[in-house]
Design a protein around this ligand. Structure first.
Ligand code: ATP
Ligand code: MG
Length: 406
């Protein structure tokens, strides 16, 4: 009855009409059985990637040799994974080899947790080879098969266990948790990028509070490239804070949550930057975290000023405003209104640029003067002393600088 499932039906039907099996699998099955919203559809099939390619007009190779291909249907990408079993894992990360198989049950053996190993066919029948439904009902994360062996194979699964506990509010089953405690050092074989993705989801999960004791028990924090000795208390403080602010939108904003976390770790901006780099965050993300940190430190008067409203984008201002109000800071001002009432919302709104200034003054070369003139124009517009219109600005420039400067 979900729109996303409905939209995927033709893809399933096409695969089946060519004599192959196809099932929904993974997060979409788990979440829909829990009555949670789903965000993407994963399909698993007996068809091999070349066979999928032969069936559909638009496919994208994202790892055919491992059995993964994307089918584009109505401009929606569907990840179709061939039933497979995995060979030995000698690097604790990736299987040395994969082999395609023709039955669903074998495929489920390689999946991480029982609630992630459920499959669903087009008729709505659920396939459950590992008591996933029982664990779903008991709200429990349990490894498929032997937990230690599964974490030996791929250490990332330990982070994933914590991530799902935090997203779903599930417990982590005893044996699974003990295996994590024992194999936590295996995390060192995993790339920072894969860890980051799971750890961020862990921090942002709606049930971080529930998952926290498992994290503290897991020994994983030792292997996370975070300042030792402070991690556990920082996450505990963050968890308390986020629990209090759960319904506030900033609690779901990845860069804002990271800023809070790094503040709890007691880092200054130079150290924040270094850590975020190590964690393979993009420069854009890092800039956001640092800007949030800066805005958090502004005094009340400075924060709710037109100067600040002009200098920062709303996507930075709004979360900080919400946070400061939540913290009980007193003001009757609204940063969105302050910004809206400015003659320009930001520098890009200025209707004249360096080239226009040069043209007005018939200069062939730029130079520091141009920048100075632009800064003056900007200030005049912001103070309401010059209107932000091309003609007005150009005549202002000519009046003041024609004839080669001051
Ligand atoms: P989400 O809702 O966040 O997408 P998901 O369960 O779909 O959660 P994905 O990372 O999209 O998680 O993976 C899809 C499925 O592939 C999982 O449900 C699981 O069955 C399997 N899987 C993913 N990563 C691993 C792994 N490291 N080891 C074993 N199985 C995995
Ligand atoms: Mg998924």
């Amino acid at each position: 009855d979900n729109q996303l499932f409905k939209a995927a039906m033709p893809v399933m039907a096409q695969i089946e009409s060519h004599g192959y099996e196809a099932y929904f699998v993974g997060g979409c099955v788990r979440d829909s059985l829990l009555g949670l919203p789903i965000h993407d559809i994963d399909i698993t099939s007996s068809a091999q990637p070349q066979e999928i390619e032969a069936i559909f007009k638009h496919t994208i190779d994202v790892g055919k040799e491992h059995g993964t291909i994307i089918v584009m249907w109505d401009q929606v990408p569907y990840e179709v994974t061939t039933f497979r079993i995995e060979g030995k894992y000698s690097d604790h990360r990736r299987p040395d080899s994969v082999a395609f198989v023709r039955n669903l049950q074998e495929d489920t053996l390689r999946r991480d947790f029982t609630v992630n190993a459920l499959a669903l066919d087009r008729q709505g029948q659920v396939y459950d080879f590992h008591d996933g439904l029982k664990d779903l009902k008991a709200e429990r994360i349990r490894a498929v098969g032997n937990a230690e062996a599964r974490f030996q194979e791929d250490g990332l699964r330990m982070m994933r266990a914590l991530r799902f506990a935090s997203q779903l509010g599930f417990s982590i089953e005893e044996t699974t948790l003990r295996a994590i405690q024992k194999l936590a050092p295996t995390l060192k074989y995993i790339s920072m990028e894969r860890i980051r993705i799971e750890f961020s989801k862990f921090l942002l999960g709606s049930y971080l509070h529930t998952a926290l004791p498992y994290f503290l028990d897991s020994n994983l924090s030792e292997y996370l490239l975070l300042p030792q000795g402070k991690v556990d208390s920082a996450i505990a403080e963050l968890s308390d804070l986020l629990e209090e602010t759960r319904n506030q939108f900033f609690a779901n904003e990845e860069s804002f949550v990271w800023m809070l976390f790094l503040q709890k770790l007691g880092l200054d901006q130079a150290k924040m930057k270094k850590l975020l780099r190590k964690w393979t965050f993009s420069n854009k993300f890092i800039d956001q975290v640092l800007a949030f940190d800066t805005l958090m430190h502004f005094e009340t008067e400075l924060f709710w000023s037109s100067q600040t409203a002009y200098a920062y984008n709303l996507n930075l201002l709004e979360p900080v405003q919400a946070y400061r109000l939540f913290r009980g800071e007193k003001t009757s001002k609204d940063i969105v209104e302050i910004k809206a009432s400015l003659p320009m919302q930001d520098r890009q709104d200025m209707l004249v640029d360096g080239k226009d200034v040069m043209a007005a003054l018939e200069l062939k070369q730029g130079g520091p003067l141009i920048g100075q003139i632009l800064a003056i124009i900007e200030a005049k517009i912001l103070h309401g002393e010059l209107s932000n219109e091309q003609e007005a600005i150009i005549s202002f420039v000519k009046e003041n600088w024609q004839g080669g400067g001051e």
